[in-house]
Ligand binder design. Structure first.
Ligand code: XLS
Ligand code: MG
Length: 344
């Protein structure tokens, strides 16, 4: 069974002018201009943080939030675009300095739960049932500062609250081992899948795998994807690349290790990713050095590289691979793959 691929990204994948370490090097691109870029670049899906969809939502009533999100849904339709997911942005507000669901302050935990309900309201208005949880600050810098048993239970309670608040939504956990915290509580996809088992409806808790996040945990992204697919839990991906164990680089897909990228495409394709409506998200960021006017190439080329690697993967002859694996001639198999990639 082959996969079916359509592509998405979030407005944050088009720069805001600067990177976190210095002044602006380009002008910001207004949100509507960002939306206009999607189709031209070959993308049909938009991923949202709650406040990408409804800016300054803390200052707005539920009715205002719903009406702005409904207006946005119409704008998306006018552009021929679909909302893939909405994620609560739980790492900008003063209430989330020390995390949201796992904060040591009861008031801040309540803020996190209330904010998550608004995220679900926005998802409903945008016509998607997918809620992504990137648990940015749910972890510690100093291990003694939080109790890991309690923290895990609190994350489970937050997910349970979401499942109860809306019987239709499903939660996709995007695990990441570090950054911005030193150690996060849900560092890998195995942890993410296990969180679902702590709720009353594990069938509505799955995951989103980001290449860089798997690499930051020193794991093979394609094996992480395979593990999640074996559990029928891989409901989205964030493809990109990463040059070793450092900060989350969000490099163009395949830029560091094309073979590692090919293996991600291959596992998705061989196991029918996309046939149930899953999107291929490209969580890539522009380089600081790119000039204005040439600052969307990271998205265009990530998608192109995915499609090129798909061709290479599909050109591999399964009977050759089966023959070499049954002979246990892995050196020859290695050469067969490298040769296919180098002549591709
Ligand atoms: C950060 C994450 C973030 C999520 C969405 O590391 O990748 O961009 O994908 O909240
Ligand atoms: Mg991501």
């Amino acid at each position: 069974m082959q996969g079916t691929f359509r592509f998405s990204f979030g407005p944050w994948n088009i720069h805001e002018g600067a990177d976190p370490f210095g002044p602006e090097v380009r002008c910001t691109i207004p949100f509507n201009k960002k939306l206009e870029a999607y189709k031209k670049l070959g993308f049909d899906g938009v991923q949202f943080h709650d406040d990408d969809a409804v800016p300054n939502l803390n200052e707005k009533s539920c009715a205002q939030i719903a009406s702005e999100a409904t207006a946005l849904k119409k704008t998306l339709t006018d552009h021929g675009l679909t909302a893939e997911f909405v994620a609560p942005r739980m790492w900008f507000d003063p209430h989330t300095i020390d995390g949201g669901y796992t904060s040591n302050s009861a008031e801040c935990r309540q803020y996190a739960l209330d904010r998550t309900k608004r995220t679900i309201d926005i998802a409903n208005a945008l016509g998607t049932r997918n809620i992504v949880l990137w648990l940015a600050r749910e972890g510690t810098y100093i291990r003694e500062a939080k109790d890991p048993v309690l923290a895990t239970e609190r994350i489970a309670e937050a997910i349970q609250m979401m499942l109860d608040y809306d019987r239709n939504i499903r939660v996709m956990i995007e695990s990441k081992p570090n950054e911005p915290v030193d150690h996060a509580y849900i560092p890998t996809i195995g942890h993410a899948i296990a969180m679902g088992l702590m709720t009353s409806d594990p069938s509505r808790v799955g995951c989103l795998i980001e290449t860089a996040h798997a690499l930051l945990a020193n794991l093979a992204p394609s094996d992480e994807m395979g593990f999640a697919m074996a559990h029928k839990k891989l409901w989205s991906v964030h493809l990109n690349d990463q040059n070793g164990l450092k900060f989350d680089q969000d490099l163009t897909f395949g830029a560091v290790d094309p073979r590692r990228a090919m293996n991600q495409v291959r596992v998705l394709d061989k196991h029918g990713f996309g046939n149930n409506g899953e999107w291929v998200g490209l969580d890539v960021k522009v380089m600081r050095t790119q000039k204005e006017g040439a600052d969307l190439k990271h998205l265009e080329y990530s998608r192109k590289i995915f499609l090129r690697l798909l061709e290479i993967s599909r050109s591999l002859d399964d009977s050759v691979i089966d023959g070499l694996t049954s002979e246990r001639d892995y050196e020859e198999l290695n050469y067969y793959i490298l040769n296919a990639m180098l002549k591709g």
